[in-house]
Design a protein around this ligand. Structure first.
Ligand code: COA
Length: 329
């Protein structure tokens, strides 16, 4: 019998727009304070995409870095996946736009929509395509320009989000099996707690929908908070179980960066010390599908991880969706 094809994580990359918006800057825009934002969320600043900078532009820069880290060329990629809730447009997909930017003309490309859990969903899809022998080299991107869909008059939401992109190259391997497990979940009955209701077929853009601010992110923060903690802890536990690992085996726990208090609550439930939890929310805010991959990329760049280390990624987002993955770097 042939040896099972496994997944090798060849490289990662990330990109943040140059412009930074601090809490002090926000104090001048809405009725808020640096103190409130810092103590309630842990966020200090976030990156903001320029007017002419779309999600695909961020995805492109992150992809170039990941390709370089993986030491392969764009031509070797045979599937492009982009996880995003802030696509350049409804269609063509941001993955197709990215494909053109990378100078490719035939690699299949599509977006996936699972909000903040999008990158973990993407790992699962990439793993299945590689293990089944369909594709060899997959470019998986989590990219968001959330600040373009932010209501800058709503202090409940506008302080929370930022822009950025992260990318990973996953490749077929006979020797490695770097994706040990992926656990996914969703519950659509929570849709109204976190959504952007306008712009789709249920509520196409009209002057009225714009006036009613239906094209901005809406969130009932308190309710989201509670479910986020429960589902992230559940997903993290399940993925460990599936990988036959214990939390002690994990070098770095990388949770979705939505709120420092959510991160701490999940860490407490998982019984993992904060020194083994990666946090960069203070610099990024919540960048939805881009959070776990940009955090992972930073942890690698600053030397918090070395080859062979086990990492657990866990995320939760609109839908609701949730997921966790145990991977080897
Ligand atoms: N500045 C100052 N005050 C603010 C504020 C801001 N930016 N945003 C809200 N407030 C006020 C509220 O109006 C409220 O005032 P009130 O008591 O007079 O009505 C007060 O602060 C407390 O609001 P509350 O909603 O209870 O705060 P909270 O402790 O739950 O924190 C969130 C709010 C949004 C930070 C928090 O609920 C959260 O992070 N939720 C999850 C969000 C999330 O992660 N979403 C994405 C998941 S992927």
């Amino acid at each position: 019998m042939n040896k099972k094809t496994g997944v090798k994580i060849l490289g990662t990359g990330s990109y943040f727009p140059k412009k930074v918006l601090t809490n002090e800057d926000l104090e001048k825009i809405v009725n808020t304070t640096n103190e409130w934002i810092t103590t309630r969320t842990g966020i200090k600043e976030r990156h903001i995409a320029e007017k002419d900078e779309a999600t695909s532009d961020l995805a492109y820069q992150a992809s170039l870095e990941a390709l370089k880290a993986a030491n392969i060329t764009a031509e070797q990629i045979d599937l492009i996946l982009v996880a995003t809730v802030t696509p350049d447009m409804s269609f063509p997909s941001t993955a197709c736009v990215l494909q053109t930017k990378l100078g490719l003309t035939s690699a299949p490309a599509f977006d996936l929509s699972a909000a903040c859990s999008g990158f973990i969903y993407g790992i699962s899809i990439a793993k299945a395509f590689i293990e089944s022998g369909v594709y060899k080299n997959i470019l998986l991107v989590g990219a968001e320009a959330l600040t373009k869909f932010t209501d800058w008059t709503d202090r409940n939401t506008c302080v929370l989000f930022g822009d950025g992109a992260g990318a990973m190259i996953l490749s077929a391997s006979e020797e490695n099996d770097d994706v040990l497990s992926v656990f996914l979940g969703a519950d659509g009955s929570y849709a109204d707690l976190l959504s952007m209701p306008g712009g789709g077929s249920a509520c196409p853009a009209t002057a009225e929908s714009v006036n009613e601010k239906k094209h901005f992110i809406r969130m009932k923060g308190k309710e989201v908070f509670k479910v986020a903690v429960l589902k992230m802890a559940l997903a993290a536990g399940k993925a460990l179980e599936m990988a036959n690992k214990k939390i002690e085996d994990i070098k770095l726990f990388i949770p979705h960066q939505a709120n420092m208090r959510i991160i701490e609550a999940v860490a407490e439930k998982m019984d993992v010390l904060m020194e083994r939890v990666f946090v960069n929310i203070h610099k990024t805010g919540n960048i939805s599908a881009a959070t776990t991959i940009t955090a992972l990329d930073e942890a690698i760049k600053i030397g918090k991880l070395k080859a062979g280390d086990l990492v657990e990624l866990v995320a939760f987002g609109g839908g609701f969706t949730w997921g966790a993955a145990v991977i080897r770097i």
